[in-house]
Design a protein around this ligand. Structure first.
Ligand SMILES: *Cc1c(COP(=O)(O)O)cnc(C)c1O
Length: 485
């Protein structure tokens, strides 16, 4: 153990301090905290110097893994590099210092960013209008489904309370539908990993509110029958919801609006950079086709006759308010900066490069790992564990062993279509050399699974903590020093 792996409490020395404050010059009546709110005794904080505190937090930060520290091929999550200029712009005092209750006339710049980002996203996706208010992909799904419900209700079509969700969908799709009060109807995938059109047809009737689809889907495969599916669903009076979490391979190339989708969300924290992980922060803007514009949530940013941008509240048809204010503005700023820095031309390279990287890894490793659907993929693909599983090495063991070699593990055991899923998404921001390094280690691990399976089953060996019970670690994290003892 390195010296500074010690917990900061162990470094505590009575009387040592890391600050010096000027004497209190205010009178007691101004500064005195009411007796009922005052501590009876000092908090049990470690007594350490400023340098101890700096080393403590710096060392803690280095126990973590991020895109800035290494390759992060987490399928479905699009962990691309977040350019540092995004951070610089988001930290500008003129943005970071805003208060959501400031008068409109003093936040015209922020409202303009909101308006321009909404218009950029409309252009990229082929939708008529956007709300940027939802805080995440799942929140966008709920918003989009509320819009769909509001649309049917406003037409008196009240029996449309069922929504079709493919068996390959991300778990948030059925969860959002349930929260929205919709009944979930599952449609199967065919042997090629795509929505089975023949299975879909008999599900379509006048109780169907719509279908939620991800394209490319969670296997990284383009739903090539989308035009036919769109026609079938529209014919029965339903609407098409696009889960835009997999928009990365399509940016600048193909537009969901042109595929026939009526409403969609984007995950700005995936497709449009901005750092994320561990549940946040995010933004899940929702775009709609022209016929759904009246149902968008409020407040909306609207240009007035006075030439200023205004926040407009409820107007009767809207699905209502879905966030306190105007969404996760820091994330919106980062995404807008990312789009502007790329520009119209370079944005077209995002998808093709993401697709090329994924196919390169897939083809390089398919002799060691089982590839259940051996077609060209989009930005990600799924292996079903090792080709040779005779030594009992599982996907979990492979993922843990990757940590020893300094790579973040891919997404594992998702999608649920296979027992040993390993879902790899390299993103376009990685160099060929990094992909080659990853391929080499993955091949090495496949060889180790035969020569030394024990080293995999007991991995990781070099991380600050060893193999955890992940469910308990996530649900009951130990966050207090006392609880660690
Ligand atoms: C990430 C993801 C979501 C959920 O998005 P959050 O921003 O995490 O709420 C939904 N669908 C798919 C396919 C995803 O990958």
């Amino acid at each position: 153990m390195k010296y500074y792996d010690k917990l900061i409490f162990d470094l505590s020395k009575a009387g040592r301090q890391g600050y010096s404050l000027p004497a209190n010059k205010w009178t007691a009546s101004v500064s005195e905290i009411p007796a009922g709110l005052k501590r009876a005794s000092a908090p049990a904080l470690p007594q350490v110097s400023e340098l101890d505190v700096v080393r403590h937090y710096t060392n803690l930060s280095q126990m973590n893994f991020g895109v800035d520290s290494g390759f992060y091929p987490l399928g479905s999550c699009t962990m691309k590099y977040n350019p540092k200029i995004n951070e610089e712009i988001a930290a500008m005092p003129a943005f970071a210092g805003l208060h959501p209750l400031q008068p409109e006339s003093t936040v015209q710049g922020a409202l303009m960013v909101y308006d321009k980002l909404a218009k950029s996203l409309s252009a990229i996706t082929g939708m008529a209008e956007f709300t940027l208010n939802p805080f995440a992909g799942a929140h966008g799904e709920l918003t989009g489904l509320m819009i769909i419900r509001q649309y049917h209700m406003s037409r008196g079509d009240e029996k449309r309370t069922r929504i079709i969700v493919p068996d390959s969908a991300h778990g948030t799709n059925p969860a959002s539908a349930a929260v929205c009060g919709l009944e979930i109807v599952q449609v199967k995938s065919n042997a090629a990993g795509l929505v089975d059109v023949e299975d879909l047809k008999p599900l379509l009737d006048d109780t169907i509110a719509g279908i939620m689809m991800t394209n490319p889907n969670t296997l990284g495969l383009f739903e090539k029958d989308i035009k036919e599916i769109a026609a079938l669903v529209h014919e029965c009076g339903g609407l098409l919801y696009y889960d835009g979490a997999n928009m990365n391979p399509l940016v600048g190339m193909v537009r969901p609006g042109d595929m026939g989708f009526d409403v969609l969300h984007l995950n700005l924290h995936k497709t449009f950079s901005t750092p994320h992980g561990g549940g946040g922060p995010g933004a899940g803007p929702v775009g709609v086709a022209g016929h759904l514009v009246p149902y968008l949530p409020v407040p909306k940013v609207v240009k007035g006759d006075d030439g200023l941008l205004h926040l407009v509240g409820a107007d009767g048809q809207s699905c209502g308010r879905i966030s306190g204010f105007m969404g996760n503005f820091g994330v919106l700023l980062r995404a807008y900066t990312y789009i502007l820095m790329l520009g119209k031309q370079n944005v077209r390279n995002v998808g093709p490069l993401a697709v090329l990287g994924a196919n390169y890894i897939k083809e390089s490793l398919k002799d060691c790992y089982k590839l259940p659907i051996p077609t060209v993929c989009k930005h990600e693909f799924v292996f079903d564990g090792l080709l040779d599983q005779s030594t009992g090495v599982t996907t979990l063991d492979i993922a843990k062993r990757l940590l020893d070699y300094g790579f973040h593990a891919p997404t594992i055991y998702f999608p649920l279509l296979f027992h040993q899923s390993i879902m790899i998404e390299p993103t376009e921001t990685e160099s060929k050399e990094t992909l080659d390094g990853f391929i080499e280690i993955m091949k090495h691990i496949a060889a180790e699974a035969i020569s030394d399976p024990e080293s995999l089953k007991t991995a990781p060996h070099t991380t600050p903590v060893r193999r955890l019970d992940e469910t308990t670690a996530a649900r009951q994290p130990v966050l207090r020093y006392k609880d660690m003892l």
